[in-house]
Design a binder for this molecule. Sequence first.
Ligand code: ZN
Length: 122
Amino acid sequence: MRFLCECGAEIKDQDDALPFKAHLMPDENFFGFLDHLRDLLDRLVSVDDGRGATATVQVVPFRNKLQREMSLLVGQSFRHLYQCPECGRLHIDSLDGKHGFSFKPEAEDTPRNLLQSFTPPD
Ligand SMILES: [Zn+2]
């Protein structure tokens, strides 16, 4: 995906780990998201069944299903947020993801890297 910022800069979303892109989750969804993750993890782990064994992670049989459910969960939970590296505008998707809205910084010295990771990528 690519689009033009109002300043004329082209914003390209064609790679992973973009320093000007973030994934936005409404606070209303945050704890539900965590609960869903815990549920997925609980389904991977079977607790001690009385044979004296510790919890067993059953990764292989559930891996593909977990990957599908994680992709679905992430897709449903996050919207995209971009910051133009030229003018600092924030661009956010609408609730349905079909439209974009932009917000221009009030101060000229607003950092252009607000969405960049605090920790460097691997
Ligand atoms: Zn811009």
